[in-house]
Design a binder for this molecule. Structure first.
Ligand SMILES: [Mg+2]
Length: 280
């Protein structure tokens, strides 16, 4: 890790060391795992799963993977035991460590909009490009030529925009695709709700790479001001971002996770009762 980044991270890691517990919020694709044309083969960078597993086992950190995918999709790719929490569909869906799933009911207007979006894909013979999730449909163009990708993007935006507007859905462009989804499915909303749930004192780090993570970086600002949070852009090339720090994967990401683990391991094991309290 670049020494200046490490020295900037040190005060926060000291806060983590002094706290009884902490939270790691981690995006999956592009952050923990490099992109792969076949999404079912997007495994984490070598070494990442092992470090995460140590952090989960140490039990001082509540690890939450927050992804645009359906939560169940990430489990076999991540392959961490015991498993961390996984929040799918940008935090709309919560898959707990005991395997239980929490998913809010979607209203009729949202469901109508999603079925219109699906029908439009059918008419256009584009269903094969789509990923269907609870509360969301995503069209992917990773792996297509630049020309084909631009054409597909333009077509889908043109077809879906009126459907989104009419039904109060969100249209969101991300790295390699576009998604139409329930309005409340936003990582910023998910992070805000979560920070309210856990109260003000727990240190929280958020790591992400994509446009969809920017809302979460912004949602972290209050916590960062209180000296209890950091936001980190994980990306091979820096871009304009609301995040405080930039780490270049995989090496600097591995350095960061290694530092986190060391910090937790060196500052005493936490008992199961305290680990349970993190969840309360
Ligand atoms: Mg990502």
């Amino acid at each position: 890790m670049r020494p200046e980044v490490q020295s900037q991270l040190t005060p926060f890691l000291q806060t983590v060391a002094q706290a009884s517990h902490a939270v790691l919020l981690l995006d999956y694709d592009g952050t923990l795992a490099p992109f792969h044309i076949r999404r079912d083969q997007a495994y984490p960078y070598p070494g990442v799963a092992l470090l995460l597993q140590e952090i989960v086992r140490n039990a001082r950190t509540r690890v939450i993977v927050i992804t645009g995918r359906d939560a169940e999709d990430v489990l076999p790719l991540l392959n961490v035991h015991p498993r961390p929490e996984i929040w799918g569909v940008h935090g709309l869906q919560r898959l707990n460590t005991d395997g239980s799933m929490e998913m809010p009911q979607l209203d009729e207007r949202t469901l109508n909009g999603l079925s219109d979006a699906d029908r439009w894909l059918g008419y256009q013979q584009l269903r094969h490009t789509a990923e269907f999730k609870a509360g969301s449909i995503a069209v992917h163009w990773r792996g297509l030529s630049e020309n084909d990708a631009e054409n597909l993007q333009a077509r889908v935006l043109l077809g879906w925009r009126p459907i989104a507007e009419h039904n109060g859905l969100n249209l969101l462009e991300f790295d390699g695709g576009v998604e139409i989804r329930a309005f409340e499915a936003d990582k910023g909303d998910a992070v805000r709700a979560f920070l309210d749930e856990i109260g003000p004192n727990t240190p929280v780090a958020y790591l992400g790479d994509d446009n969809t993570d920017e809302a979460a970086f912004r949602a972290m600002r209050g916590r960062i001001k209180q000296g209890r949070g950091i936001s980190v852009l994980v990306r091979p090339i820096w871009r304009q971002t609301a995040a405080q720090f930039w780490l270049k994967p995989p090496d600097e990401l591995l350095d960061f996770l290694g530092l986190w683990w060391k910090t937790c391991a060196e500052h005493g094991a936490m008992d199961g009762g305290a680990a349970a309290a993190v969840k309360a």
